[in-house]
Design a protein around this ligand. Structure first.
Ligand SMILES: CC(C)(COP(=O)(O)OP(=O)(O)OC[C@H]1O[C@@H](n2cnc3c(N)ncnc32)[C@H](O)[C@@H]1OP(=O)(O)O)[C@@H](O)C(=O)NCCC(=O)NCCS
Length: 189
């Protein structure tokens, strides 16, 4: 399947509202998006505004999903990824994350790292991160209150420019002694 990424322009607001309200997003803060809410998000410049841009993920005339890029003036931008429910699990999310990573690190030389956070139980997104070279850096216990009152953990992933360039993945140094100095060989703490 040939996939293209086409930049969203504000004149496509109705299409964007239809996309956001026409599906369910179980791992987002708002699983079912209200049309007024979606229009407000567009009016607020979340998809085309200062430091924000979005891209339709398409195959021919079919809209498969949407990439949203945020904090583009920073050295560490973040992103949102939504694949329409009929197209999930087909490899499109992983392709889109690979694409957006390359797009950001190519077009924005200041960017050193790209971050993404998801709910702990969003297995598909977590596997997508790993598949695309992102590494888990953070675990926020009780960090994701859901609309139904349940409280979930959140997990943070990131990719470094230097890893992307080298084709490597490097994990954080978790064994750094937790502020008490690095453990010496032979000493148990
Ligand atoms: C999360 C999402 C972007 C993943 O994209 P996708 O196209 O469905 O995923 P892919 O087919 O590219 O698969 C990527 C990885 O996820 C795994 N995966 C996909 N769907 C899965 C599922 N339902 N359960 C478990 N793993 C799944 C794949 O096996 C693959 O992992 P692997 O390389 O280790 O085999 C997509 O499902 C989506 O948009 N979901 C709804 C919105 C959402 O949750 N966005 C993220 C919010 S932070």
């Amino acid at each position: 399947m040939e996939i293209t990424y086409r930049r969203f322009v504000p004149s496509e607001a109705d299409d964007l509202v239809a996309f956001l309200t026409g599906d369910t997003w179980p791992f987002h803060g708002t699983a079912v998006v209200d049309p007024d809410q979606a229009r407000q998000w567009v009016a607020d410049g979340r998809y085309a505004g200062d430091g924000n841009r979005a891209f339709w993920i398409t195959a021919g005339d079919v809209t498969l999903g949407l990439v949203r890029l945020m904090d583009l003036g920073d050295e560490t931008p973040v992103f949102g990824l939504r694949i329409g429910s009929p197209y999930r699990g087909l490899g499109i999310g992983a392709r889109a994350l690979t694409w957006l990573t390359g797009h950001l690190l190519t077009d924005f030389p200041r960017i050193r790292r790209i971050e993404g956070t998801t709910r702990q139980d969003n297995v598909a997104m977590r596997r997508t991160f790993r598949r695309c070279g992102y590494v888990k850096e953070a675990h926020y216990r009780d960090g994701w209150p859901a609309a139904d009152g349940a409280v979930h953990d959140a997990v943070g992933y990131a990719i470094l420019r230097r890893d992307w360039l080298a084709g490597t993945t490097t994990d954080p140094d978790w064994n750094d002694g937790d502020g008490r100095g690095r453990p010496r060989a032979g000493l148990s703490r």
